[in-house]
Design a protein around this ligand. Structure first.
Ligand SMILES: NC(=O)c1ccc[n+]([C@@H]2O[C@H](COP(=O)([O-])OP(=O)(O)OC[C@H]3O[C@@H](n4cnc5c(N)ncnc54)[C@H](OP(=O)(O)O)[C@@H]3O)[C@@H](O)[C@H]2O)c1
Length: 283
């Protein structure tokens, strides 16, 4: 790969996606990016090396068309960034089935669709890097985000499992888990909260209020994400997991410590279920 790469990014009309597009173009990369609002994207970014794509991320054909258009324009794709995503807040039983399905459609199934559509090109190139923007909630979840966390955990699991499939083909994959970044993420046009509140979940309400108070004061600077991703894609052996932000790093470290401690405490029980004879390796 030359140092100027072709990037394909989902969900780029605002936040991390938009910042990435602008910074990558400024550094001489070629960028194709999707949005539900192509006009907003075109208004925000005018550059000869930019391709604005209207895409419905719930629709595999629409995603496939956007990837084909990228190949037609730039001839290849070096980096795929699955960035589009949003939070759904509420205790599990307060959420409607539709709200749950819609969250998974964007946060997980769109990621799967994009990867499936991009892989034939990356395999042909025998090169490429897939970056899935997950969340610290997909590793060390907070209170009141069970469905968002579940979808992001799935993205993390998918990324780790795919690393086994794709590394031998010369394709890298990294699960990027940001902490709180100062984007539109907590604005009403992005985040979705349940309208059905059950009195027992006062602890969930309290956690959401704390989150609202954070809006505009998040420690994470979206303008610094491009640099981090450029370091990733420029590295010969990029990690499968990368946490972004001090909060994400610390939450992950605490979770790992707790998990290690729990594993040790319960080690005897864990090891007690084998046959007395030799065990065989699992999947
Ligand atoms: N900011 C944070 O604190 C934070 C923390 C952890 C993880 N993340 C993750 O980082 C990624 C980027 O988020 P952000 O912080 O940049 O938030 P943002 O400013 O709200 O931008 C989110 C982007 O995702 C797309 N998107 C949002 N809801 C969508 C929907 N229902 N259908 C299709 N596309 C949708 C939008 O694309 P269009 O409007 O252009 O279609 C938008 O550009 C997300 O995956 C998010 O989960 C963010």
């Amino acid at each position: 790969m030359s140092s100027s790469k072709v990037w394909y990014i989902t969900g780029a009309s605002k936040g991390i996606g938009l910042s990435l597009v602008q910074q990558l173009l400024a550094r001489g990369h070629r960028v194709a990016a999707t949005s539900r609002h192509e006009s907003a994207l075109k208004e925000a970014v005018a550059h000869d090396n930019f391709l604005a794509l209207q895409a419905d991320l719930t629709n595999e054909e629409s995603i496939g068309n956007s990837i084909e258009a990228t190949i037609e324009r730039f001839g290849r794709i070096d980096v795929v960034v699955n960035n589009a995503g949003y939070g759904t807040g509420g205790a599990l039983e307060e959420l409607t089935s539709t709200a749950i399905q819609e969250n998974f459609d964007i946060n997980l199934f769109a990621v799967i669709k994009v990867i499936r559509q991009a892989l034939p090109y990356l395999r042909q190139q025998h090169a490429g890097h897939i970056i899935n923007i997950s969340s610290i909630a997909g590793f060390a979840p907070g209170i009141g985000w069970s469905i968002y966390s579940a979808a992001k955990f799935a993205v993390s699991g998918l990324s780790e499992a795919l690393a086994h499939e794709l590394t031998p083909l010369g394709i890298h994959i990294t699960n990027v888990a940001p902490g709180a970044f100062r984007t539109n993420f907590l604005q009403p046009d992005s985040i979705v909260f349940t309208s059905r509140e059950i009195d027992d979940y006062q602890h969930v309400r309290a956690a959401h209020q704390k989150m609202h108070a954070l809006n505009g004061n998040q420690a994470g600077d979206p303008e610094k994400v491009a640099d981090a991703l450029l370091q990733l894609v420029g590295h010969p052996h990029p990690p499968v997991n990368l946490f972004l932000g001090t909060d994400a790093y610390n939450r992950a470290a605490t979770k790992i410590d707790q998990l290690t401690q729990q594993m040790e405490e319960w080690k005897d029980v864990s090891l007690s279920t084998d046959f007395a004879t030799k065990s065989s390796p699992l999947m």
